[in-house]
Design a protein around this ligand. Structure first.
Ligand SMILES: [Ca+2]
Length: 485
């Protein structure tokens, strides 16, 4: 790479309203090792090293106090493929966390960029979400919610790229963010109110029974529910007293009333004072305890008999409640009442919908601009219920019956949150093919490991179609034996 191009002097900064650039650095990086993470939307990158130019822009925005950093990794001018691929973050972080992915992306000749949205410590929102009086900093929430994404794009375009593609999880790119975090609080609140914290192995035993009851409905006994909406309702209370097969000693460990209660309130999701559902919940088959995947909304500290039991919420749930809901970072979560929960849930909803709810189903501007969008959601996502995305897509369908011409949504059986078993790693390639070559994605391949440990090639289908097994074809490990119906 010619060093003279990778220098601050070679970069002409655009004039942008509200932005004051404090510093630009441009550093040639040689021999950067490409890590090998499982990459959402993308296959594993080739091993090796990559050379690039790291341009880091530090600036302020008139609306907020924090300094913002946008980081851009550029391939050489000769190898750039005229495309920019943005990288997001996860949790509260908008970006500058996934350098592993950026290395792989730049090695494939894309330019890539990411922003921290001014969050010096994204996982400690006390440092940025509250103002000096301890109240929610509305301007910061707005910047975090979407302005930061626009700034990232505007501040680094030095030549019109052919395509700008965003991938990964941009922090607030989540439908109904407030309720998602509150839904992590719900099962834990219910356990606190009941004073009961069942063993994780009991919950997992009930999950296994629920899966076994519906497994064959899709024509394949593989421990995976392809269409949870086709399942008969499962009443966990009928299993109280049954052996807890997932516990170390099922003969002496029986499924308790508390376990049935907890799994029931979790599957039902948040309900109002009259017991009517008001938010979505995880599908049966989802890891609720974190024993399998490390993240579960109904996790307790005890996996099995003999361990001390207490609630173990996903940390961002209580943090959301305390900082964004109550504006009391020190509020003792264990003392939360049902009334306080409902109050926060309702009072803060419209505020966060305004800046991070992503509830607008009118995609006509995107459609008119010629955009294409692919979304997928794991049907056993532990943290964000898949029904949420289905609900959003249905709203878009209602708004525009031709939505599948530019936006397709794929529900993925056996997949948890973003990555893991059954993760569709070709969605980025499929999206490029759709945008650049007009090849419409009528299905996407996935590989999934079934409950017997066998690897299966399958397909996932654009909603509302689902993948259906063709018994006359016979081989449920062969993607060709499935069709979208
Ligand atoms: Ca099945």
């Amino acid at each position: 790479m010619a060093k003279c191009l990778c220098s601050p002097q070679a970069i002409v900064l655009p004039e942008l309203p509200s932005i004051n650039v404090l510093e630009v650095s441009a550093v040639p990086i040689a021999g950067y090792a490409i890590p090998q993470p499982e990459v959402p939307n993308h296959g594993v990158f080739p091993t090796g090293t990559v050379d690039f130019c790291n341009v880091t822009v530090t600036f302020t925005h008139a609306s907020i106090d924090q300094e913002i950093i946008v980081e851009v990794w550029l391939p050489s001018k000769e190898t750039w493929n005229d495309r920019i691929l943005a990288i997001g973050g996860g949790g509260f972080a908008t970006g500058r966390t996934r350098y592993d992915q950026m290395a792989g992306i730049v090695s494939e000749s894309f330019a890539t960029f990411t922003t921290d949205a001014g969050l010096a410590d994204p996982f400690n929102p006390v440092t940025w979400a509250l103002d000096s009086t301890g109240a929610i900093d509305e301007a910061m929430i707005e910047y975090w919610g979407y302005t930061s994404l626009g700034d990232m794009v505007c501040s680094v375009i030095f030549k019109e790229p052919t395509f700008i593609i965003t991938k990964g999880v941009l922090s607030l790119d989540c439908d109904r963010l407030h309720e998602v975090f509150m839904s992590w609080v719900w099962p834990q609140l219910q356990m606190n109110l009941a004073g009961e914290y069942p063993y994780g192995c009991e919950i997992d035993s009930l999950t296994a029974i629920a899966v076994s009851r519906c497994d064959g409905k899709d024509g394949v006994e593989d421990g995976i529910i392809t269409d949870p909406y086709a399942c008969e309702p499962f009443n966990p209370f009928t299993e109280v007293g049954s052996p807890a097969e997932k516990c170390r000693d099922p003969d002496s460990t029986r499924i308790s009333m508390a376990a049935a209660y907890v799994i029931n309130v979790t599957w039902f999701g948040i309900v109002d004072e009259a017991g009517e559902p008001i938010f979505f919940a995880q599908n049966p088959g989802t890891d609720l305890t974190g024993i399998t995947t490390g993240a579960g909304v109904a996790t307790t500290t005890c996996q099995d008999v003999g361990e001390d039991c207490a609630g173990a919420p996903l940390p961002l749930g209580p943090v959301w409640l305390q900082v964004f809901g109550l504006e009391e970072p020190e509020f003792p979560f264990r003392s939360l009442t049902l009334e306080e929960f409902y109050s926060v849930l309702r009072d803060r909803r419209s505020f966060f919908d305004r800046y991070g709810g992503s509830i607008n189903a009118d995609l006509s501007d995107f459609k008119e601009a010629g955009g294409k969008l692919i979304t997928y959601h794991g049907l056993v996502d532990q943290t964000i219920p898949a029904d949420l995305t289905r609900d959003y897509y249905e709203q878009v369908m209602t708004f525009d019956s031709d939505v599948s011409d530019y936006f397709r949504y794929f529900e993925v059986p056996a997949l948890g949150h973003c990555v893991g078993n059954s993760h569709p790693d070709s969605t980025f390639h499929v999206l490029r093919q759709w945008v650049e070559n007009g090849i419409v994605p009528d299905s996407i391949p996935v590989s999934l490991t079934d409950s017997s440990g066998n690897l299966n090639d399958r397909i996932v289908c654009p909603y509302p179609r689902i993948s259906v097994f063709l018994p006359e074809c016979g081989d449920s490990a062969h993607a060709g034996c499935f069709t979208c119906q």
